[in-house]
Design a protein around this ligand. Structure first.
Ligand code: S3P
Length: 428
């Protein structure tokens, strides 16, 4: 994809259904008693990975236009898959399914693409093993994951890293365990699992940072998935940095554990107006009006990082336009995402001419930089492709994004949405 510097972005857009909520909706509905109807489900590659794994485990899912109908099999209704379950690029599919499959009366193998098979899986094996699971990884601690289904026992587990995927894997395993399962978080992470399990009738207790549950049936529900704030983030930032822009992003999920980006940017001077706030299945939703703004440089660190972990690549692009330096600290988790995002972001920003300082768990970006078009390497990472497509809108000349189709992993209509906002001409 080739993208030119944009004059301004204007218009009204929507973004795909939230990827984290879509994946949980399919999985939890599969484990529920009865038929669930899900509307607004994302069509992203990662969600398709969860979809096809569940079909392989014997779950029937009907697509009726806007609505997906999941025929829940109950907690013990999954069937052994003869073949390995392919989780594609999706860490959420792999880690959440591992939690569920550890307590089944059959064995399973989880695998994925080249990127997913490099990501650390020891972080789920450790707590699940404490609960009685038998799981084998490669020598490098990565997938393929061989799971030998076992009877589990509930335990209290203190997470060494703040990860919603690991928290969710342990809580899901807890649905199949004897006694109580508790997870203690070192910092708050996205809480869609807790919200959705409660909506499906599970008694999920929370005492400060400790979340607990006991084995319990899930009831089928009708659910509407809100738009993905992590997808909206690309257009929020595009609207803020491209001079003259004014746009409206409708129906964006504003869960407090996900929308820290908006709060941070508003504090730093961004004109983001959250309109029509409402509640959909326990998740707050709003329409966001964005106007080009002058933003002050910022530091994000510690407990703030998990609250905007997926938005950091595009936030780093904005940082090049902020007034003053911006710093991203305590962000080691970025090194184990779909790519090493500290490396991918800093390499690409440097190619565009930005001044960057980088260290093991973070980086700093100088403000008010002049960016010049350069070929962008996406490292097979959807968020790197999209973040640097936004950078292309403010770089002089024509920027080529290599392997831009990888955006489909979370946002299949990303480039057509960008065109609809009149973002300069593009050539396939
Ligand atoms: C996700 C949690 C986050 C996030 C990922 C989706 C989820 O990962 O980066 O894109 O759906 O639970 P970690 O929980 O490993 O930080």
């Amino acid at each position: 994809m080739k993208l030119k510097k944009a004059a301004k972005l204007t218009g009204v857009i929507t973004v795909p259904g939230d990827k984290s909520i879509s994946q949980r909706a399919l999985l939890f509905a599969a484990l529920a008693q009865g038929v669930s109807r899900i509307s607004g489900l994302s069509a992203a590659g990662d969600v398709c990975s969860m979809f096809s794994c569940l079909e392989q485990l014997g779950i029937k899912i009907e697509n009726a236009g806007e609505i997906n109908i999941v025929h829940g099999a109950g907690l013990y209704g999954l069937q052994k898959s003869q073949d390995a379950l392919d989780c594609g690029n999706s860490g959420t599919t792999m880690r959440l399914l591992a939690g569920v499959l550890a307590g089944q009366p059959f064995d399973s193998i989880l695998t994925g693409d080249g990127s997913l098979c490099k990501r650390p899986m020891g972080r789920i094996v450790a707590p699940l093993t404490v609960m009685g699971a038998t799981i084998e990884l490669s020598d490098a601690g990565t997938a393929p994951i061989k799971i030998f289904g076992k009877k589990l026992t509930g335990r209290r587990y203190v997470l060494p890293v703040a990860s919603a995927q690991v928290k969710s894997a342990v809580l899901l395993a807890g649905l199949f365990a004897k006694g109580q399962t508790s997870v203690v978080e070192p910092a708050v992470t996205r809480d869609h699992t807790e919200i959705m399990l409660r909506a499906m009738g599970v008694d999920v207790q929370q005492m400060k940072t400790e979340i607990s549950l006991k084995s319990q049936r899930l009831q089928a529900i009708d659910l509407t998935v809100p738009g993905d704030i992590s997808a909206a983030a690309f257009f929020i930032i595009a609207g803020l940095i491209v001079p003259g822009s004014e746009l409206l992003i409708k129906n964006v999920g504003m869960n407090p554990t996900r929308c820290y980006l908006v709060r941070l940017l508003q504090r730093q001077g961004a004109k983001i107006d959250c309109q029509n706030m409402r509640n959909v299945n326990g998740e707050p939703v709003a329409d966001l009006q964005i106007q080009h703004s002058k933003i002050k440089g910022f530091t994000v660190k510690g407990d703030e990082i998990p609250l905007l972990i997926d938005e950091i690549p595009v936030l780093a692009v904005l940082a090049t336009q902020a007034v003053g330096e911006s710093r991203f600290e305590d962000a080691a988790e970025l090194r184990v995402k779909e790519s090493d995002r500290i490396d991918a972001v800093t390499q690409n920003l440097r190619r565009l001419g930005a001044t960057i300082e980088v260290w093991q768990d973070g980086f700093a970006v100088a403000g008010q930089q002049y960016l010049t078009a350069a070929p962008i390497e996406t490292f097979g990472d959807h968020r790197i492709a999209m973040a640097f497509s936004i950078a292309a809108l403010i770089a002089s000349g024509t920027t080529e994004i290599m392997n831009s189709g990888i955006a489909d992993v979370s946002f299949p209509d990303f480039y057509s949405t960008l065109s609809a906002l009149n973002a300069g001409s593009r050539h396939a």
